[in-house]
Design a protein around this ligand. Structure first.
Ligand code: PLP
Length: 369
């Protein structure tokens, strides 16, 4: 692997391929696979990830917003693209770029059908989202007749799929609730198929759904975090490979005396002679202030160096007293010897938030080996 000469996020497409094959192996081979690439591919490199997913044989990719779908189309991605949360202000560009909307209420269904009719569309693919307990977005079970009524009354749109989202698929204590969601979804599907003249694809599983409820894979699964190497539990993390490694370098080393302080507000005071390393990465890059003052550390030459003092906007300082290192040496923040899950946990958050929070100021580099 190349040595970093600046702060960068290394995106390992070989790891992505490993994770893809692992997740696919959990479900029957005829189950379709949707790779979720919202939020810039969970903070990685959305175009690089989408191209690789296409090469691997993914059936769909999904983004949250229309602008994200347009960026993929402009980069030449030809896979079907589902948009989880389209905004009506951009429906016309959604149609223009052949992006497929999730429609989650009577209001948006009506609005989208009228746009599709206005643009003379025929059988434009849409995805119907039902609420089975998450209570975030979704049509209710009682609205099935309204939905089929609207669909049967137009030929401008056609349901490519019917789906729902699990709220606690990673949590075994909520197994009863999850099974209930799956049952509700099945009931909705039966009622819907009864009244439509065709059978859209069905899907409900996200990554932890694939891992913990593979029997509920239906026709397609939607995986995000697992593709990026995180499985929401230790035993799964071990089978997956982190795609993103956040690397930086040592800008400067200081040898400070007992009683000397480091950084803003003098938040760190040396209790003994201390060797510190200053790194060019800070909260503006996504390493929040929560991570300061010994909460977590980085790896230098395979050794753990705690972050000392307050995280600055553009820099952090680390204690490297016991590490044989010099200015210009490579530093690993997460990925490699320290998973994003462990780093995130120290800051009271989850891998999802940490990796999607690495700001666009950090250069992305794709590698494949
Ligand atoms: C983000 C998202 C996913 C992916 O979830 P992971 O836990 O990252 O696999 C799947 N479906 C929907 C609707 C989502 O919003």
């Amino acid at each position: 692997m190349p040595v970093a000469h600046e702060t960068l996020l290394e995106i390992d497409l070989t790891a992505l391929a490993h994770n893809y094959h692992y997740l696919r192996s959990k479900v029957e081979s005829n189950v379709k696979f949707m790779g979720v690439v919202k939020a810039s591919g969970y903070g990685s490199d959305v175009v690089g990830i989408a191209r690789k997913l296409k090469e691997l044989g993914a059936d769909y990719v999904a983004v949250a917003y229309i602008s994200e779908g347009i960026a993929l189309r402009e980069a030449g991605i030809e896979l079907p693209i589902m948009v989880f949360h389209p905004q009506s202000a951009n429906y016309e560009s959604l149609v223009e770029y052949c992006l497929e909307p999730s429609l989650y209420s009577d209001f948006v269904l009506k609005e989208f059908i009228s746009t599709a009719e206005k643009l003379n569309q025929k059988n434009f693919p849409v995805h119907l989202k039902f609420n089975t307990g998450m209570n975030r977005l979704g049509l209710s079970e009682e609205e099935v007749e309204m939905v089929t009524g609207r669909l049967n009354a137009t030929n401008s749109v056609k349901a490519a799929s019917v789906f729902s989202h699990l709220s606690a698929s990673e949590d075994w204590r909520e197994r009863e609730f999850t099974l209930q969601q799956i049952h509700t979804f099945q009931r909705i599907a039966i009622r819907l198929f009864d009244q439509l003249k065709y059978e859209p694809l069905l899907h409900i599983c996200n990554t932890s759904g694939i891992i913990n409820y593979p029997e509920a894979a239906f026709d397609m699964v939607r995986s995000g975090i697992g593709l990026y190497g995180y499985g929401n539990e230790k035993s799964e993390d071990e089978k997956l490979k982190p795609v993103a490694t956040l690397k930086t370098i040592i800008s400067q080393i200081h040898h400070i005396k007992k009683g000397d302080s480091v950084g803003y507000n003098r938040a760190f005071t040396a209790e003994k002679p201390t060797k510190t390393a200053t790194l060019p990465i800070g909260y503006a890059d996504g390493i929040k202030r929560e991570y300061g003052n010994g909460t977590i550390g980085v790896f230098i030459g395979g050794k753990y160096a705690p972050i000392i003092g307050n995280v600055c906007m553009d820099m952090i300082m680390t204690d490297v007293t016991d590490i044989d290192c010099k200015e210009g040496d490579e530093v690993i923040v997460f990925g490699g010897p320290q998973r994003a899950t462990d780093f995130a946990e120290a800051g009271n958050t989850i891998s999802y938030e940490l990796i999607t929070g690495i700001s666009q100021r950090v250069k992305r580099v794709l590698i494949e080996h």
